[in-house]
Design a protein around this ligand. Structure first.
Ligand code: CP
Ligand code: NVA
Length: 310
């Protein structure tokens, strides 16, 4: 940790930041993205190092954090379970104590949220959740920013979640609570969202539906995710049967607002959770959504390391 930095802020769940902080972050994202598009050098994180720890596979999270850190003038250390002592049962608390003495910020993708929490509790530097079984806050940060870019404020709007009550669904529910919109959720029996796991006590921001078509009615954004998340592969066959009717198709999009957007965190399986005509259709903003991971995370790292600019 650099001298002068006393209060460590982590980003372990979406609810770790307040609505007013998100407004600030989205404003910074716009500025940082514009600079990137104009090939303007912006390197406030020169001499800073990000450690990225992956215990699960990744394309977007790795590229967006790594490219983003280099663009901001910093550097990156990439660790996986298989090429570090993390895979040989070194306690996570010890890993946190050691790694956080050598780098300025840490991003972790792992299984249980409790492991991330344990790392953060023993870290001298900010820790960012790059996906756990329970939450994926950086993704929802990008998704909300993408919505705002295309449609303006998300407050008061309706977001329809069609599919698994997983890490993405939990994080959407936290975002609905923090930012003041309503989440419609439809999942097959036994795979629904659990507000307790999501950590959201406010029942007003969640409406559940048996029929996915009903969840989409009037929605400003329809979104989904894979039927089987990483770490749950043993359930794949059972899930393929249970989720058959939870494929976002043209009928579902037609039930939503006429200008509704479609999002998917990716990777996607066309013909499973989403029809090709939807993800490759005119309402889909999945490529902007993926790109925005990098821009929002640059703003997030800037905020966690440097505080407010200006
Ligand atoms: N959406 C997302 O987190 O993608 P990766 O698994 O490729 O990082
Ligand atoms: N729910 C998915 C998201 C992947 C980015 C998973 O956890 O595998």
């Amino acid at each position: 940790m650099k001298p002068g930095m006393s209060l460590i802020r982590h980003y372990l769940q979406f609810k770790d930041l307040r609505a007013e902080e998100y407004a600030y972050l989205f404003g910074r994202t716009r500025i940082i993205k514009t600079r990137f598009k104009n090939y303007e050098r912006y390197q406030p994180l020169a001499d800073r190092t990000l450690a990225m720890i992956f215990e699960k596979a990744s394309t977007r999270t790795r590229v967006s954090f790594e490219a983003g850190m280099y663009q901001m003038g910093g550097t990156v250390v990439h660790l996986t379970t298989s090429d570090s002592q993390l895979g040989r049962a070194e306690p996570v608390e010890d890993s946190a104590r050691v790694i956080s003495r050598m780098v300025d910020i840490v991003m972790i993708r792992t299984f249980e949220q409790s492991k991330l929490d344990a790392f953060a509790a023993h870290s001298r530097v900010p820790v960012i959740n790059g996906l756990t079984n329970e939450y994926h806050p950086c993704q929802i940060l990008a998704d909300v920013y993408t919505f705002i870019e295309h449609r303006g404020d998300i407050k008061g709007k309706v977001v329809a979640w069609v599919g698994d009550g997983n890490n993405m669904a939990n994080t959407w529910l936290q975002a609905a609570d923090v930012l003041g919109f309503t989440l419609h959720v439809s999942s097959p029996g036994g795979y629904g969202i659990d507000p307790q796991v999501a950590g959201v006590g406010n029942a007003r921001c969640l409406k559940t539906f048996k029929n996915p078509l009903d969840a989409c009615r009037g929605a400003h954004l329809v979104t989904t995710d894979v039927w089987t998340s990483m770490g749950f592969e043993a359930e794949n066959e059972a899930r393929k049967k249970a989720f058959l009717a939870w494929c976002v198709d043209a009928r579902m999009m037609a039930a939503a607002q006429p200008d509704a957007l479609f999002m998917h965190c990716l990777p996607a399986h066309r013909g499973e959770e989403v029809a090709a005509e939807v993800i490759d259709g005119p309402q889909s903003v999945v490529w902007d959504e993926a790109e925005n991971r990098m821009h929002v995370q640059k703003a997030l790292m800037e905020y966690l390391l440097l505080g407010r600019i200006g």
